[in-house]
Design a protein around this ligand. Structure first.
Ligand code: ADP
Ligand code: ASP
Ligand code: MG
Length: 439
């Protein structure tokens, strides 16, 4: 039996926290494979190492020098090496990295160094083998994870480990040897890859909260704790903004049916949240609420659009030309809304609207910006009479106007769009309305 552990940015932020990680690992010898994030914020207002590294890259590109943000990276890692009482030749490693950031100039390389150095430190603290993720995580030439190849390579490499190993999260390599990172928070994916490849009995994801909470604790004060949820519910919640786990981290563990356990590094005795292939659906209907800001809706109206063969395809072809993926596509009689994240639009909304007009000659097209999406998630909630009514009542009671409604075809969620200024009020209202229904 072996366990894979991933420790997030807060768990690796200070020497004191790293020593807590050491204790957790020593408390259970089955915890043999360990994936780490780069050191995160030590206090509110502090900077994450990964952010400093992206800034170093930007500065190097503009000025030819890594600048102040790299000085902060150096300071923090040198202090960690000293405080932990280990020797990983940090000074030399930092010099090499600085030189490479200046020479190779890719943001992915720069960003990967936080995880690399952090894994070096923990490997020295634990006396476990350091394994570079460039030996394990393989991307294709388009920058997409090559999941099966990665699994084969990782399985073979980790089979050679005697004792424990420390692995940096977040990055891997492209076929040409260049470093490629996942999107932000991607160390969770590395942990899941390692869990699958080693056929772990559990993937423990150690963070700074007591597990998955019903809602984001920065929005709802002291939300109730979720004891267990299914893979599907996790996918819905994390995709919709619950950042506890990266939305893509579920795929590797799903293939192997490995349970994920979210645990708190700062309260290891707390039970945490178990994420399981399936849960007892009778137990309760609502699991959690998640949401995201920065959403735009494009409302297209045209009489008899449903009778026009190829209408949706024409709109989707325009999006494809722009390489834009959409979040939702709710439609009514003669109307359709295309719901898109602002970071996909990248300031191209006006151009996009003009091209949709050319493609389908709508009667009316309207851009609704400044929206946010809120998903209420749970198995069976869509079958339970009154669930949608409860959400709408909660919102109307607090004066929030619903701009769009979408019931996912997975029948696992009901999504509403509200104005960004109503976002927090709406989440709190839904939470209060359902407080007794959460399992
Ligand atoms: P790590 O650095 O350990 O990967 P993250 O910051 O990525 O940690 O994720 C943990 C954070 O997610 C918590 O500190 C909390 O602020 C936030 N969060 C958002 N939604 C939820 C939720 N539903 N339950 C618990 N935490 C949440
Ligand atoms: N360090 C990376 C980030 O800040 C990856 C991670 O923490 O998972 O996004
Ligand atoms: Mg995270």
């Amino acid at each position: 039996m072996l366990k894979v552990c991933k420790f997030g940015g807060t768990s690796m932020a200070t020497a004191e926290n790293i020593l807590k990680v050491k204790e957790i690992l020593q408390a259970d010898r089955e915890r043999r494979f360990v994936v780490v994030s780069a050191p995160g914020k030590r206090f509110s207002g502090d900077k994450k190492i990964t952010d400093c590294l992206y800034q170093s890259y930007d500065e190097a590109k503009k000025t030819g020098r890594c600048g102040q943000s790299f000085e902060e990276v150096k300071e923090r890692f040198l202090a960690l090496e000293k405080e932990l009482g280990v020797n990983v030749e940090m000074q030399r490693l930092l010099e090499e990295i600085e030189e490479k950031i200046l020479r190779t100039l890719t943001p992915d390389y720069a960003a990967s160094c936080g995880e690399f150095l952090c894994a070096k430190l923990l490997s020295a603290v634990m006396g476990y083998e350091f394994i570079d993720s460039r030996e394990l995580v393989m991307f294709d030439y388009k920058g997409k994870l090559n999941a099966e190849y990665t699994n084969d390579v990782t399985k073979n490499r980790l089979a050679t480990v005697d004792g424990g190993a420390i692995i940096p999260g977040f990055y891997g390599v492209m076929p040409n040897g260049n470093i490629k990172t996942f999107t932000r928070g991607g160390s969770d994916i590395t942990g899941a890859i390692v869990a699958r490849a080693t056929d772990a009995s559990v993937y423990e994801n150690w963070t700074d909260v007591n597990g998955f909470l019903i809602a984001d604790p920065r929005i709802v004060p002291n939300p109730k704790h979720i004891r267990s949820l299914s893979y599907k519910e996790l996918r819905e919640l994390s995709y919709m903004g619950a950042e506890v786990l990266h939305p893509e981290s579920i795929f590797p563990v799903k293939v192997a049916g490995i349970p994920v356990l979210i645990k708190n590094t700062f309260a290891p005795q707390v039970e945490g949240t178990a994420i399981l292939p399936d849960i007892d659906e009778q137990e309760g209907v609502i699991t959690g609420i998640a949401g995201k800001r920065g959403i735009t809706g494009i409302l297209v109206e045209k009489g008899l659009m449903n009778a026009e063969v190829g209408f949706t395809r024409k709109i989707l072809s325009v999006l494809e030309r722009y390489n834009i993926s959409f979040e939702h596509l709710p439609s009514g009689v003669d109307t359709m809304s295309i719901v898109i994240s602002d970071h996909e639009l990248e300031g191209r909304t006006f151009q996009l609207v003009e091209d949709i007009k050319k493609a389908v000659s709508p009667d009316k097209i309207e851009v609704q910006s400044g929206l946010s999406l809120i998903a209420t998630v749970g198995h069976g909630m869509c079958y339970k009479p009154g669930t949608a009514a409860k959400i709408f009542t909660a919102l109307s009671k607090c004066g929030v106007n619903i701009r769009m409604i979408d019931q996912g075809s997975s029948e696992l969620n009901i999504i509403v769009a509200v104005s960004e200024e109503d976002y927090e009020k709406a989440i709190n209202a839904i939470y209060k309305e359902f407080i007794d229904d959460f399992r």
